[in-house]
Design a protein around this ligand. Structure first.
Ligand SMILES: CC(=O)N[C@H]1[C@@H](OP(=O)(O)O)O[C@H](CO)[C@@H](O)[C@@H]1O
Ligand SMILES: [Mg+2]
Length: 542
């Protein structure tokens, strides 16, 4: 008897000797070895949808900020969240099955384990970024989906957050929690209208130059601009690095990762002093801001800065609207947040800070525990989420003065402007612009809120990064034995020192972070800790 699952898997056989892992951001590696993984992810997406009683599941084909020759895939849960961890493991297992028959058998096993009726409806929506390998890998996903008998919606080019938005909107359509019209146009209408409402007549000063990393963010931003107020009334946006015709230029010398890692503007940048700029990454789920001052010095305004800016603004609105008694705001960071940012949130803003392991899913979970959870990774991934209780209190709040009424109106518009499903570079960018316009701030004022401690992020290649096991939100190593004590000794030697090492979840390396009172001390500390990592992780080390 014909077995469509085995047939689909046979059409896209797994290359020999490659081991796949569904990591921090799904499967991500060289595009040429991903065909089999794509088909199998199609199968997993169909199963996941059936388990959710036919709700829409998303499949996003992207490798974000990675080089153009890479690609990847991540699955999106019905409310737009990232895939549940247990299913990451199932995805990893099916991706590594050697033969088509093993794939089919495992597919059946998952179905019986979760009592999934394989004849029930499955619905899957697919999007992709602009990489050259995208069309081929899309076909591989579609083969998996067709074999599993899923209903398919192919959205073509999408930013990652747009796909999350569409998934959430499809699944909430017609319910009291309807998120928006489940189309790309619906996305622009929702965020365009919210931006206008949140500005409330305030006009951002100057212009904003947006570097789109030569990725999918470029054409999507061009589209979004059509739904924003005209530049005379609203924001003047200059779009740069939007060449999607040459996919080999994706993320090359531009984009959020380039700017954050090199701490400088893309070489092509031609902006003047104090002009606001921001850079998106390849799938537009991450944004960092920056500017050059009148001495031509570069200043980065990263995810920590966005979190502090937004948290302080939301704190003011909640207070001014008379809601401070019922709503508390918290900020969620990772260990990579600059110590000065953490201190600013705790001491100046007087808000609670949580620290989680690296990876948006951990930050998102922690933020879900708060009434308003502002979460950002230093590299610019993040958003703000509002609990249902908070949304209910805001909806039924009766303002008792014109001042309260105004603050409440801004708060409601800002909530609509924030993509609740996932961190979204375009929505975060508009949010920052709204806050700056309301505060009447330029980038200098924003930068002036606190002074970053000099820091250094390095990468050390070791024999086996799995030897490095961390605890305490990845701030301390429990293995290799003895290394943490040595790191502590180095940290103690410098002023305001902090350093940690952890195995990367996306690259075959150990990352070392160090900060200290001065640039020399921070660099020194990073070098010393990197040496320790090399020694403890070198050949023959336990
Ligand atoms: C220090 C750093 O920036 N790490 C990044 C990177 O994770 P690693 O596990 O450090 O490789 O990629 C993740 C996925 O994009 C992102 O969430 C995270 O912030
Ligand atoms: Mg990304």
């Amino acid at each position: 008897m014909a077995d469509p699952i085995a047939e689909a898997a046979a059409k896209h056989p797994a290359p020999e000797g490659v081991v796949y892992t569904y990591g921090t951001a799904g499967f991500r590696t060289k595009a040429q070895v991903l065909d089999s993984v794509m088909t199998r992810c199609g199968l997993i997406a169909a199963l996941r949808s059936r388990l959710h009683k036919g709700k829409w599941i998303g499949v996003m084909i992207t490798a974000s900020h990675n080089p153009p020759e890479d690609n990847g895939v991540k699955l999106v849960e019905p409310l737009g969240n990232m895939l549940q961890e247990e299913w990451e493991v199932l995805s990893t297992t099916i991706a590594n099955k050697p033969s088509p028959e093993d794939v089919s058998k495992y597919y059946q096993e998952i179905a019986s384990k979760f009592s999934i009726d394989l004849s029930s409806p499955a619905r899957v929506v697919v999007g992709r970024d602009t990489r050259a390998s995208g069309p081929r890998l899309l076909d591989c996903v579609l083969d998996g989906l067709k074999a599993a008998g899923a209903e398919i919606k192919d959205c073509g080019f999408m930013t990652t957050p747009q796909l999350h938005y569409i998934v959430r909107s499809l699944n909430t359509e017609g319910t009291p929690h309807a998120y928006g019209t489940p189309t790309e146009q619906g996305y622009y209408e929702k965020f365009g209208a919210a931006f206008k409402a949140a500005l409330r007549g305030k006009k951002p000063s100057g212009s904003l130059t947006v570097d789109c990393a030569n990725g999918v963010g470029g054409p999507k931003l061009r589209e979004l601009i059509k739904y924003l107020p005209p530049k005379e009334e609203g924001l003047e946006i200059h779009v740069v690095n939007e060449n999607v015709i040459k996919p080999e230029s994706l993320n090359v010398d531009c984009g959020a990762d380039f700017v954050k890692t090199n701490q400088r503007a893309p070489p092509s940048s031609k902006v003047g002093p104090n002009d606001r700029c921001c850079s998106l990454d390849g799938d537009a789920d991450r944004v960092v801001f920056y500017f050059k001052d009148s001495n031509n010095s570069f200043h980065l305004l990263d995810g920590d800065r966005i979190a502090t800016l937004v948290a302080s603004f939301l704190g003011d609105l909640v207070r001014q609207a008379g809601l401070a008694d019922s709503i508390t705001i918290g900020v969620v960071q990772t260990a990579y947040a600059n110590g000065a940012a953490t201190q600013y949130v705790e001491k100046t803003l007087k808000l609670k800070v949580d620290c989680t392991p690296t990876g948006v899913k951990y930050l998102h979970h922690a933020a879900e525990m708060l009434s308003i959870g502002v979460y950002f990774e230093a590299n610019g991934h993040g958003t703000v989420i509002f609990s249902q209780d908070t949304l209910d209190s805001i909806a039924k709040h009766e303002p008792s003065s014109p001042g309260q009424k105004e603050a409440l109106a801004v708060l409601v518009a800002v909530i609509n402007l924030i993509n609740q499903a996932v961190g979204d570079a375009l929505s975060d960018m508009l949010l920052v612009e709204v806050v700056l316009a309301h505060k009447n701030w330029g980038p200098q004022e924003w930068l002036g809120t606190y002074t970053d401690l000099p820091n250094r992020l390095s990468k050390v290649v070791v024999d086996d990064r799995r030897k490095f096991q961390a605890t305490d939100a990845e701030r301390r190593l429990v293995k290799p034995e003895g290394i943490q004590k040595k790191i502590d000794e180095e940290v103690a030697k410098v002023r305001q020192g902090r350093s940690f090492a952890r195995a990367s979840g996306t690259e075959d390396a150990v990352r070392v972070y160090a900060e200290a009172a001065t640039r020399t001390e921070a660099d020194d500390l990073a070098r010393k800790v990197s040496e320790l990592v090399k020694t403890f992780g070198g050949p023959g080390a336990a």
